[in-house]
Design a protein around this ligand. Sequence first.
Ligand code: FAD
Length: 430
Amino acid sequence: MTQFSRRAFLGWAAMAGLAGTLGCSGNRSKPGKPSLANAKVVVLGGGFAGATAARYLTLLDPSLKVTLIERNSYYLPCPGSNEFITSLPGHKRPKELRFDYKAIKATGVQSVTGEAKGVDIRNRAVLLADGSTVPYDRLIVAPGIDFRWDAIPGYDEEASLIAPHAWQAGPQTSLLRRQLRAMRNGDVVMIVVPQNPYRCPPGPYERASLMAHFLKRHMPRSKVLILDAKTQFSKQALFMQGWKELYPGMVEWISAEKEGRIERVDVHKRTVHTDFGRHRANVLNVIPPQKAGKLAQIAGLVDDSGWCPVDPRSFESTLAPGVHVVGDACIATPMPKSAFAANAQAKVCAAAVVDLLSEREPGPPALINHCYSLLSPEYAISVTGVYEYSPGDKTLVATSTGETPPHGDREREAAMAHSWQALFMKEVFG
Ligand SMILES: Cc1cc2nc3c(=O)[nH]c(=O)nc-3n(C[C@H](O)[C@H](O)[C@H](O)COP(=O)(O)OP(=O)(O)OC[C@H]3O[C@@H](n4cnc5c(N)ncnc54)[C@H](O)[C@@H]3O)c2cc1C
């Protein structure tokens, strides 16, 4: 895209982007809509996908009985966590980043704080850890991700207490922050990045950039090493241009082309062994390969890939009729696994659920994703994608993409990134 057309597009996308969808059903205002007063929709998981779905269901039809099941009484988001880890000026602390479900409850959603331990698909009910059941007519599952603890020899859940992943916000985020702050000038921090697909494809490179920003201020002889299981990555040229401009010689990216497979990790020695060598660091951040959240696996919603296949027209599972999966857990390729995408998918799904309960065919959706990455507080880059439904093969197709042009205004993008984060949290959690 040219700079001009991209700016015009972004202005429009910023407006449409909060909606996240370009259109999802042409049938909404059809006359003769049956009453949904007794229809029960259960949403499982109160992250970006689940919270959005619950809120939009009641907005679309206040007569629906919507129940949101979430294990925690508040949500701690990942966006903003890289700023916290690297003590970026103006960053928010976990307490300030927390969101509760009061505003969602105020829209008429019944909020249940509890752990779901299974789904009885035949009898249409969610089973909770306290022994109770929650019946549904349609279920939306949004459990996020789980880690493949068996994928890298030497790196399991116990090892993550020494070399944190910090890929789910919470104690892991604070641990990595403490380790980074305890580094000495000249020390090396290494980020190990998995193969696609994983949550937030540009996230590891944003983290590397902000780590370099921190080190440049406090320990300028230190370095960030990125050991990648891939040979290329999201917004690569833009990140590399930024590293050259902002942090010359401080960020080194090592591609799988050079190192081959990651063979094993020794967290005690903070060493990573690859096919062709080994790398040692003082702080080790291992982001392990991922799969759909455990509940999706227990409920039989995943295929051999470990993720949940869906028909993106409605995000209904292709394995379990009446059950929809949205957010990181579902396969919505070529959409990335992002909060923005989760929010857009949840709205399409909510509209489709209302249609299906009303015995209407959901219209073909079009969705947007827009992801900002900060390289410093005043320097950001972004990527945008528009995705349309292909009825023939029941998949999404990227019909338009764009990213920050080489000479784009990075400072302006940074201001937009900060305001997007604040607006987006309001959009999801009220
Ligand atoms: C460092 C980092 C930075 C990021 N930055 C951005 C960004 O700038 N922009 C962006 O768009 N995306 C970003 N992301 C990606 C974003 O965080 C994820 O894509 C998003 O969280 C996915 O939302 P979700 O609702 O699918 O899953 P989650 O947010 O993980 O929510 C799942 C919820 O389900 C609950 N749950 C799971 N199982 C159960 C159960 N059995 N019972 C009850 N509750 C359950 C969990 O407690 C959780 O609250 C970032 C990610 C990382 C790691």
